[in-house]
Ligand binder design. Structure first.
Ligand code: FMN
Length: 142
């Protein structure tokens, strides 16, 4: 059974709701899943999982949240080579530029991106939650 962590940052709960659904999908596909707020973990601990689903909303001006998530991801980047990961997050008024930039970084780091990076406008609706579950299941099966 693969060990998978879903690690997220969420200001108002939108990406958290996505993370819960990603975790549900991964569990349903048979993975052993840890669901963690980024404040509860470290890059070292994250790197020890076989697979990672990483979630962060669009913050600042189309960037990752800068106080907690960006430093965490920076420390993780050198450990992503060859790792199966999925990216997700909620956004507001933008067009998803933060996620395109994030996915490019992960690709440059040598990570293997499972599924299209998943973005949802504000709170996920039923369809958005279903897409999150599918993302988690796809990562578990990768
Ligand atoms: C300080 C701040 C900066 C934001 N910057 C962006 C942005 O650059 N682009 C965007 O599309 N949405 C932006 N948003 C909107 C959030 O990404 C959006 O409300 C999202 O649903 C929040 O998800 P969360 O509850 O998981 O943090 C910003 C929101 C805040 C509070």
């Amino acid at each position: 059974m693969s060990k998978l962590a879903v690690i997220y940052w969420s200001g108002t709960g939108n990406t958290k709701a996505m993370a819960e659904a990603v975790a549900e999908g991964a569990k349903g596909a048979g993975a052993e899943v840890a669901l963690l707020n980024v404040s509860e973990t470290t890059a070292d601990a994250a790197a020890s999982y076989d697979k990672l689903a990483l979630g962060c909303s669009a913050m600042g001006d189309e960037v990752l949240e800068e106080a907690e998530f960006e430093p965490f991801f920076q420390q993780l980047e050198s450990r992503l080579t060859g790792k199966n990961i999925s990216l997700f997050g909620s956004y507001g008024w933008g067009d998803g530029q933060w996620m395109r930039d994030w996915a490019q970084r992960a690709d440059d780091d040598g990570a293997f991106l499972c599924g299209e990076p998943l973005i949802v406008n504000e709170a996920p609706d039923a369809d958005g939650l279903e897409q999150c579950r599918a993302l988690g299941a796809g990562l578990a099966n990768a």
